[in-house]
Ligand binder design. Sequence first.
Ligand SMILES: *[C@@H]1O[C@H](CO)[C@@H](O)[C@H](O)[C@H]1NC(C)=O
Ligand SMILES: *[C@@H]1O[C@H](CO)[C@@H](O)[C@H](O)[C@H]1NC(C)=O
Ligand SMILES: *[C@@H]1O[C@H](CO)[C@@H](O)[C@H](O)[C@H]1NC(C)=O
Ligand SMILES: *[C@@H]1O[C@H](CO)[C@@H](O)[C@H](O)[C@H]1NC(C)=O
Ligand SMILES: *[C@@H]1O[C@H](CO)[C@@H](O)[C@H](O)[C@H]1NC(C)=O
Length: 472
Amino acid sequence: MLTRRQQFTLFLIVTSFILLLYNTRGSEVIERAYSPWRSYPPSRLTGNFPLLQEKSQQIPILETTLSGNLAPVTGFTMFDRLYVKNGTIFVVSSIPAVFPDPKLILARPLDVGHGDSVDPTPKELQVVTPEQAKFMLDNRATVIGGMSFILYDTAQFMGHYYHWWGELILGAMRVYSSLALVPEIETPLPTPARFLLPNIMNHDWRDPAGVNGPLMRAAFPEASIERMDLWEDIIDLNSTFVFERAMIVSRPAAHRHPLASVWYKMISSTMNATVPPFFWEPLRKRLITNTIGYVPVLNNAGVVVSPPNSLAPVVTYVSRQNHGRSLLPSDHEKLVEALRGLEEEGICVVNVVAMETMTFTDQIETAARSTIMLGIHGNGLTHQLWMPSGPRSTVIEIYFPKAYAHDYEILARNMGHKHYAVWNDTTLTYPAGQWYHGVEWGNRTDFNGFSIPVHGPTVAAVIRERLTEPLP
Ligand SMILES: *[C@@H]1O[C@H](CO)[C@@H](O)[C@H](O)[C@H]1NC(C)=O
Ligand SMILES: *[C@@H]1O[C@H](CO)[C@@H](O)[C@H](O)[C@H]1NC(C)=O
Ligand SMILES: *[C@@H]1O[C@H](CO)[C@@H](O)[C@H](O)[C@H]1NC(C)=O
Ligand SMILES: *[C@@H]1O[C@H](CO)[C@@H](O)[C@H](O)[C@H]1NC(C)=O
Ligand SMILES: *[C@@H]1O[C@H](CO)[C@@H](O)[C@H](O)[C@H]1NC(C)=O
């Protein structure tokens, strides 16, 4: 045991030590405040530290393969080691027969329907043997790493929300996700590194509503979007580049698939690809988080259970009454009345929205909270891409009676939403594996007109059934 005096001495020694330490630290802090930048150790100043790795990005010319050895999807062909030189894409293979006919991969970059053949020429794509490659390519190629999507189309259809998101991106992501089923391939798959638009010179891929661009940044913040100038730079450099993995997406090529004459949509061929059941969900969540800051959580009944909660499932009627193709004004009013009736009964919460008047964030948030989306055939229904899939999720599409097109129905199939077509007081819906045969535009003036009839109570009855039928 220490005596009291010894204890006191020990106390003094410890206290002085602490004070000394504190003072020293204090003066260091003050000194630093007057010289804020760090100083470098002399060894670093004399050593040789390169800015970048000196390692070459080049590899010898190796053979191209179909990614994952998966059956190619017409118009959405995915390759490992795809070469490009002087503006031409090269597939290098000692067994060229493994690859589809170039016509099923891409097309000449011409607008469709302007008379000239869109059949590809050797300027766009060549399938060559390694022997031929020795003469046509350099003996080494510069690697463009990661996953590249080459959207090899003209601007004809790109600058449109549905055609961009509902066809090019949805189709490409669907086919890309099929790689996740290949046992040797690591998951999650790498996020896309870049989207290349070799035939787009200006901003024509952007849609008039200004949705395509911002949503691409929200979904793929790390990806670059490069237009024709990348292709031109590679041409000017006069050397060979190789994409580590790339998908060539081509609308005219995709339309050559037999299923394209069933649904008349470019993503028809992708419907025959085997894909994981919730392939779209990670992308949907990224896009929504990066747009509104959170992802609404819905229960199986469709109620939003994350704050701000909803009292009942949310039904969103995308109104086009002030924007082209529209309902008979009196039918629009009666439809809203019928929806309000359901709301009063507590079956749902109803939003009647004109998307074109809403902020970007509000549009995405509204879709992400909805269980049912309804409206006239049109671009607004593309927002179903952000609606969560669930046992009650539904898209109700109103057409001029007897008209039918598969655009938003094929989206609904991809998303796992049940789709209904409405012809005034008649509804049509098809289970998995069945569909409406053909495409019917009827009289185009009526189809796109301002007097599309709809029987409000018929629509309300579909909603009531979907929201009250027993859950499976
Ligand atoms: C590069 O492409 C241009 C335009 O298609 C063509 O005229 C030229 O002959 C090509 N050059 C080489 C070296 O293949
Ligand atoms: C491009 O490179 C090839 C050899 O790969 C050469 O024959 C040709 O002259 C070069 N062209 C230009 C314009 O530099
Ligand atoms: C659908 O895919 C299977 C398996 O890859 C293939 O055998 C079949 O030919 C494809 N059908 C069509 C119509 O492309
Ligand atoms: C729409 O359906 C309602 C209810 O059956 C009917 O009264 C009305 O005449 C129909 N409208 C048209 C244009 O067919
Ligand atoms: C299409 O419908 C409009 C108005 O409903 C009508 O004036 C026109 O004659 C119709 N056209 C044809 C080809 O039937």
